[in-house]
Write a protein that binds this ligand. Sequence first.
Ligand SMILES: Nc1ncnc2c1ncn2[C@@H]1O[C@H](COP(=O)(O)OP(=O)(O)OP(=O)(O)O)[C@@H](O)[C@H]1O
Ligand SMILES: Cc1ncc(CO)c(N)n1
Length: 488
Amino acid sequence: MIGVPVLSIAGSDPSGGAGIQADLKTISACGGYGMSVLTALTAQNTRGVSAVFVPPTEFLAQQLDAVLTDVPPAAIKIGMLGSATVIDTVREALFALEAAGVRPLVVLDPVMVATSGDRLLDADAEAALHRLMAHVDLVTPNAPELGVLAAGAEPTCTADLVTQARALAHRHHVWVLAKGGHLVDGLTAGGTVTDVLLSPQGDVQAVDHPFVETTNTHGTGCSLSSALATFAARGADWPAATRLAVDYLAHALAHADELGIGSGHGPVHHLAGLWDGEGVPSLGLASGWWAQLAARARASDATTVVRALASGSVEPELFQLYLGQDLAYLQDYAEHLDAASNAAADRGDVDGAAFWAASATVCREEEPELHTRLGAEVPEPDAVTRAYADHLASASAAGYPVLVAALLPCFSLYAEVGARLAPDLADDAAAEVRDWVTTYADPGFAAVAAEAMARLDELAEDADPATRERMRRAMAQSLEREIAFFDR
Ligand SMILES: Nc1ncnc2c1ncn2[C@@H]1O[C@H](COP(=O)(O)OP(=O)(O)OP(=O)(O)O)[C@@H](O)[C@H]1O
Ligand SMILES: Cc1ncc(CO)c(N)n1
């Protein structure tokens, strides 16, 4: 959900590159509504920290109370804490929230030292940090911080990161994203930085991203943890939120030198994507489901019709059977596209209504031209076609988001099959094969399929978990119907 409240509990960096300033920019860029509670004020710029002022903890508690009693955040990012008393005040606020039945997602960036080398956490505050961890879902230590928290030597390679992150994950039953930004010695442009994500059970996932040759890395840790909190608040699970956050930061880092702020370690370009008109990153939930179905989608290559198309010549009987049934199917499919258009209009989604209506027109007027050109006529629908129609009808009854999920494979699978077959189309391929393949390999068709997916991604993000699950299943079911449709 775009605009979910996300709270940063962190210190202020008046130069705007780290701390709550970085957090608010990042939360906004990633699609959240940013709020901030200040733990400490630093006098800081891109060259370093010259002073730290920690307001009385009573005032910290008042800030927390004011925000939390009015705007319950979907996620909280915790940054600079400064001292054990500050940590305990934050812990008590989280404990009180939980006692009241409110459990926001909590990301802890265990800030100890700034990029400039200045300490931001008292050395005696480590025990308090471990106590806080009971209320945390995911913690994002850099290499030196991980060494301190896991009570080991400072990690010097990815294998060290994994070992120590696993110990920390087990100890506190938390997700750990161990950052590799301090292990980049010797890397040059084109190299790869590896962060590692560990589940509370210790499962490892390497999260690779391109090394960016820049000295403008001030606040990378603050920005990453805020992006993580925001994507999780919008509904991504931790692995997906991690990938989205790392990609967001990679883009902000890649554009950091364009900003050119300050004479020391300057900030990353938090708003690079927004200013370039790319908008807020999509969670891509439905795209993720489709990606998980990729192996099934490839199974369509083994069907009778697709194998024949790939060979360049189709047996006329088989092709007429398939094309005829497809004509019958398209009539029914167009009606469901109309229903989707009406449902979008009912929700006030004018663009969506126009998109589905235009797709219905293509289904009724343009696409059947291919079929009739190839000699097909509308037959009685057979069992396979009827089963697909029944599935679409039941998806339609389950509501607009589930219907759109069911409509999706018809777009995506045909665009993918077209794109796969076109490059290998033999020069002597039969005319009807060429006609079919070029119709579905058309870049315009791919663009329409991509837009349908983008609309489904948006619906998935706004859906509750039960509806999401129904959407995912409706998509998978339609894919099975599509494969059966090709296998005549
Ligand atoms: N030069 C770089 N190129 C690409 N990614 C980088 C680079 N430097 C840091 N990162 C990434 O930035 C994120 C923050 O990592 P890092 O280890 O620098 O954290 P940090 O030390 O907590 O940051 P901060 O500078 O805010 O204290 C990680 O995802 C890391 O991989
Ligand atoms: C306020 C603040 N928080 C965090 C960091 C870590 O980069 C910093 N430099 N300043």
